[in-house]
Design a binder for this molecule. Structure first.
Ligand code: SF4
Ligand code: FES
Length: 374
């Protein structure tokens, strides 16, 4: 961490100084060839002509490294839609950042992957939508996507870049979790992340079509537990269970303004992916203020940082050290109040209603997928 940067910012006078962020998600672009119905990007996407230019992104990466960020996730949209992806990666690596490319694979060629390896890309996280061309391409809304992903996985491991498969699971593909884990083994991935769909952004429109059933969620948990034993030492399996069926919320973002930040394609700096759904917060951009100032002093970052904002029952609850009060965006979406107890929590007055609504949605027989619009 650079003392020169942080010392010039000054700490808020009424609270102890936050630690610097460890991770930054750089949403390089919202452009994307796929049309996944579970897309968590906002309804209103940033246009190509509003995106940060190459030099602006490089400046953000340099500031991030000085601020203390260790992990840089290059994401989107589809980050391969940026022609300067190799140049951006090279810059990130030169600042000592661990670089992880989060990609659908569409837009990557073998030559481009080799170039990324040459400039030192540390890791690729490749999304999969299913285990067959028909099923995966139907969910991704992109014909030929599955075959391209298989090729990208091979080029990645051939280039010596560690590979993680990222499988977003929902009612329409949850029966394939064991096959997805087998696919990860065949593709020589070191890790698979099995993440149950979150209903932020566009995905909210597909709740009825994607909400898993309780039986599916319980079976998925069993399959993951069995596979972790079977593939111990071979494949790391990360699992994000369906919090709508849990008793406690997830520690979203590891706590608001605590360990990570997001930068949108146009440079707005957010405490989390969906923070712009919370009315009344104002978000600053790297075009107007330094990353360090926004992290330490920004109104949005301090709105739900720490425990001071918490109402009861969170305020006197021991579990707040584990979940940091859950997800503010979920509280906004489900309770209409970002300060409310996350409705997933068994102590929330809305929990029973949420359970009934989850079961109603998961039993919806004929909901059509609403594909991501561009
Ligand atoms: Fe977490 Fe608040 Fe529920 Fe406690 S009351 S478990 S802190 S959401
Ligand atoms: Fe914003 Fe959870 S997505 S706090």
């Amino acid at each position: 961490m650079s003392d020169a940067v942080t010392a010039s910012v000054g700490a808020p006078s009424t609270r102890s100084r936050p630690l610097p962020p460890m991770a930054m998600l750089a949403e390089l672009t919202h452009r994307c060839p796929l049309a996944c119905p579970y897309c968590s990007n906002p309804i209103d996407l940033t246009k190509a002509n509003e995106e940060l230019a190459t030099e602006e992104w490089i400046g953000v990466f340099e500031q991030a490294a000085h601020l203390g960020v260790l992990h840089l996730h290059l994401s989107g949209g589809e980050p391969a839609a940026r022609r300067d992806l190799v140049e951006l990666t090279q810059a990130a690596v030169s600042f000592g950042l661990y670089s992880n490319l989060i990609t659908s694979g569409v837009g990557l060629t073998e030559a481009r992957i080799n170039s990324l390896a040459d400039v030192g890309l540390d890791h690729i996280q490749l999304s999969i939508q299913g285990v067959s061309p028909e099923g995966a391409d139907r969910i991704g809304g992109y014909k030929g996507g599955y075959e391209r992903k298989i090729a990208v996985a091979r080029w990645t491991t051939d280039a010596g870049i560690p590979l993680t498969l990222n499988a977003v699971c929902h009612r329409q593909n949850m029966s394939e979790i064991d096959a997805m884990i087998d696919l990860a083994i065949r593709l020589k991935a070191r890790r698979i992340e099995v993440a149950t769909v979150q209903f932020h952004g566009w995905a909210e429109r597909n709740k009825a079509a994607l909400m898993p059933t309780r039986e599916q969620v319980e079976r998925a948990t069993e399959i993951v537990a069995e596979a972790r034993v079977k593939y111990q030492g071979v494949l790391v399996i990360d699992y994000v269970p369906a919090d709508y069926y849990s008793s406690y919320p997830k520690a979203c973002m590891g706590g608001w303004g605590r360990v990570g930040l997001n930068v949108t394609p146009s440079g707005r700096v957010l405490p989390c992916h969906a923070a712009e759904t919370i009315p009344g917060l104002s978000f600053e951009t790297v075009r107007d203020r330094s990353l360090a100032e926004i992290w330490y002093e920004g109104e949005a970052f301090n709105a739900y940082r720490g425990e001071g904002w918490m109402p009861e029952p969170c305020r006197s609850c021991e579990h707040k050290k584990v979940d940091f009060g859950g997800c503010r965006c979920q509280a906004m979406a489900l309770a209409g109040d970002a300060r409310a107890t996350d409705p997933v929590c068994i102590r929330s007055p809305l929990r029973e209603h949420l359970t009934r609504e989850t079961e109603r949605l998961s039993a919806t027989a004929s909901a059509e997928l609403v594909y991501r619009g561009r």
